[in-house]
Every structure is written in C-alpha cells, then in structure tokens.
Ligand binder design. Sequence first.
Ligand code: BV8
Length: 232
Amino acid sequence: MAHPSIVILTGAGISAESGLGTFRDEGGLWAQHRIEDVATPEGFARNPQLVVDFYNARRAQAAEAVPNAGHAALARLQAEHPGDVLLVTQNVDDLHEKAGSPDVLHMHGALNSALCGACEQRWPAPLEMHVGEACPQCDAPTARPDIVWFGEIPYQMERIEQALLNADIFAAIGTSGNVYPAAGFVQMAAHVGAKTVEMNLDPSETVALFEETRPGKASETVPEWVASILGS
Ligand code: BV8
C-alpha cells in the first residue's frame, strides 16, 4: 500500500515511564481507590469532594510529568508519515501534546479540561478544581472534571469508528484491554483487514486478537516500531 492509514490507541502504560501510575498494575490507581467511588457519575454525586480531590492530585502529578521516548516516537510518526495517522488515547494526561503530537483524541476526556454538568460547556480546567464551581457559560454550580466515567459514553466514537473502518494498521500501546469500547477496536480493525500490533509490557486481555505483538517497555518498543513504519 502506498501510504497506509494508521490508527493508534494508547493507554496508561505509555505514560508509566513518565511516572504516572497505571490502573491495573501492582499498586495501581484501582488498588488505591474503588472505581465506583472515583470514576463513576454515581460516585461523583455521592461524594464530589473525593472525586475532585482524586483528579486534582492526578492533574498536579501530570502537570509535572515529562513525555518519554514512546510519546516522542508517536509525534515523529505523525510528523513524518505521509499517510493518515489518528492518535486515540484513553489517557487523560497531556503527555502526547507535550511531546508535540497534534490533534490527540482523548476518548476518556482530559485532566486539563473542565465540563459543566448542566449545559455541557467545556473550558480549560484550573490546576485545582473545587466542588460547586460555577460554569462560565450558564453560571450553574455544576463544574466537574471533563472525564468519561464508567457508564458514560466515550468521546468522538463516530470519528474513531470511521478511522478504524479505513485503517491499514492498528496499533495498541500500553493498554490492558480491560475497558470497552476501546478494547474492542482491535476486532473492528482486524475485521476490515488491517494489520494489528500490540506493544505492551505484559500480554493484554486481548493479545490473542493481534497479528503481531512487540512485548516490552513503550520507551523501547514504540521507537523501534515507528522506525520500522517510516523505513518501510
Ligand atoms: C461505555 C476515567 C457505553 C478516566 C476510565 C462488561 C463487559 C464489557 C463492558 C462493560 C461491562 N460492564 C460495564 C462495561 C462498560 C465499561 C467497561 O468496559 N467496564 C470494564 C471495567 C468491564 N465501559 C464503560 O463504561 C465506558 N462507557 O461503555 O458506554 C457506550 C459505549 C460505546 C458507545 C456507546 C455507549 C466508559 C469507559 C471509560 C471509563 N473511564 N477512566 C481516568 O480516571 O483516567 S477507564 C480507565 O481505564 C482509564 O481511562 C484507562 O485509560 C482505561 C484503560 O486502562 P489502561 O489504560 O489499559 O491501563 P491499565 O492500567 O489497565 O493497563 C496498563 C497496561 O500498560 C498494562 O497492560 C501494562 O502491562 C502496560 N504497561 C505498564 N507499563 C508499561 C506498559 N506497557 C508498555 N510500557 C510500559 N512501561
């Protein structure tokens, strides 16, 4: 194929070497907090302070984090590959942006964005959000982290599905394949004949669905993979 179109899905594993905790690894975020308390709308309604504190802590940590060679390699691919590249991330940090990636699709939202629970207005989140903050658009005291919680619909699904239907290559990087609909993207890509590759420290839940696996740390596997794509 002349210029293959590429869809990339990243997860917490690509940010691990930048010091940001993953979810399901030893001592990960879900070992410290119950998902239902900090990553569901019900948890937010029950105890908004706990949820706001959880995301304030992660926002502060992400603000200090530095992208690693895995993020940089993807930014290089976007800059140098002549075909389409869609970078979809489940991550809410901005390390892809800090590495120079343009147009990052945050399907689970972003720490740096705030959302109005009443009118759905979005604005840049302050480093520290507070419960009951007023929306700059409708003035209701309903500001919340602009994060897709469990039970909520991920962002830009149509755009992602369209790209997967046209993909020649699908790469999943640093994700355990536990969370849907992201974990189902490999099946959609394989269904249209795309070449599928997983780059992960440990085999994901969906590893059997990938044609190729490149086990290891993202800071090593991703630059190697990008060099193979750009060299071909
Ligand atoms: C939806 C908030 C309907 C942001 C997150 C039963 C069956 C199937 C599905 C469901 C079910 N019951 C409920 C569901 C749906 C549910 C779901 O999937 N639940 C799971 C747990 C069973 N999904 C939803 O609710 C989603 N919404 O379904 O709406 C719908 C769908 C489509 C269309 C219309 C309607 C909403 C999901 C989003 C939830 N929000 N987080 C935040 O707080 O950050 S999910 C959370 O998990 C994060 O977003 C995170 O990105 C995501 C996935 O985790 P990973 O990124 O994979 O991280 P993890 O720690 O798991 O793995 C890290 C991996 O990296 C490991 O494999 C490790 O080996 C590797 N690694 C570590 N170090 C390195 C490394 N790899 C390389 N290098 C390293 N150095």
